[in-house]
Design a protein around this ligand. Structure first.
Ligand code: ZN
Length: 315
């Protein structure tokens, strides 16, 4: 049953160009897929990651341009953390400041340095300095030197009214182990060397529910190694009395969604087939790719979507 960790994280942007520029120029993440929201083809769905956007590196955004900004609270994912090399803390601090961001003071969490800052739309991000970095494939077009690059996700923090129900899902269904507690932060992880191994449950009983909007994190997806693995998780979720969707074809992975009793939307996504299913590694992200069932409406969709500019020349 055990997952290898996070597959992808999906959030909402209402400023596509700022979003693209931030992920590429500031964080050095590659735009690996330019497509539309399959349930709302009038909106972009952009994916960023390492060279091919392997599971554990894929940060994705729905471009919902008329959405008002969200407000962080309980029942949602509050922060996205990326792994950075241990020796790169001062590099990233300086880089963020130089590029107009205001990183908070470096925190020590479970013995690791953490740089907290907000992305251009106010989404909380954290860079966590790690000794044993997960392997990723560097993007040759990145403006960040390879020795300082992000190594995929470190993990996520969920803000919750109560942590028991989510902790049960993590440990009894997804194979996470609780490995520590600091104040109201309960740390869970899965062993292994993949990126995205950590989930922190942060107990925030008197905080108020989050208000969903731009800069909110829509859902977090965990990895299923196969369709059978995904099906087994789906069955366990249902056995716990939680509604889970049927398997939905997302072209780059197959997905099952369920809302946890704590309010956070979880997805179980298959590792296969990945982003190179319909573009070569070299051309990933360089053009608008539509799922086959929208191809006949391409002219209409292209005319509706606002123009976007990739901020860096492709290699
Ligand atoms: Zn998803």
């Amino acid at each position: 049953m055990k997952t290898a960790g996070l597959h992808h994280i999906t959030a909402v942007t209402r400023d596509l160009q700022t979003n693209i520029d931030f992920y590429q120029q500031v964080l050095g993440q590659r735009l690996v897929k330019t497509t539309v929201n399959f349930d709302d083809p009038g909106a972009y769905h952009l994916y960023y990651g390492d060279y091919t956007g392997v599971p554990g590196t894929a940060m994705t955004f729905f471009g919902w341009l008329n959405t008002v900004p969200g407000k962080v609270g309980t029942g949602e994912t509050q922060a996205v953390a990326y792994s950075i090399p241990q020796h790169s803390v001062s590099y990233w601090n300086a880089r963020l400041k130089q590029m107009g961001f205001s990183p908070a003071r470096v925190e020590s969490r479970f013995g690791q340095d953490v740089i907290p800052f907000d992305d251009p739309e106010g989404m909380r991000m954290e860079l966590v300095a790690e000794e044993n970095l997960p392997a990723v494939e560097a993007w040759p077009g990145s403006p960040v030197p390879e020795e300082y690059e992000l190594h995929g996700f470190y993990g996520v923090s969920l803000w919750l009214d109560e942590i028991e129900s989510t902790s049960r899902i993590l440990s009894e269904i997804l194979g996470y182990q609780q490995i520590g507690q600091e104040g109201n932060r309960y740390r869970f992880h899965v062993p292994g060397d993949a990126p995205g191994k950590v989930v922190d449950l942060v107990h925030k009983p008197n905080t108020g529910r989050g208000i969903f909007g731009a800069s909110s994190i829509h859902h977090v997806a965990f990895r299923a190694s196969s369709d059978e693995h995904q099906q087994a998780i789906q069955q366990q979720v249902r056995k716990m009395g939680i509604q889970a969707t049927q398997v939905i074809d997302r072209q780059y992975f197959r997905s099952v969604y369920f809302r946890t009793p704590g309010g956070v939307l979880f997805e179980i996504a298959t590792d296969q087939p990945g982003f190179t299913v319909n573009e070569s590694a070299a051309e990933l992200g360089s053009r608008l790719v539509l799922p086959p069932w929208y191809e006949s409406r391409r002219d209409e969709i292209e005319a509706y979507l606002p123009p976007i500019r990739r901020s860096l020349p492709q290699e």
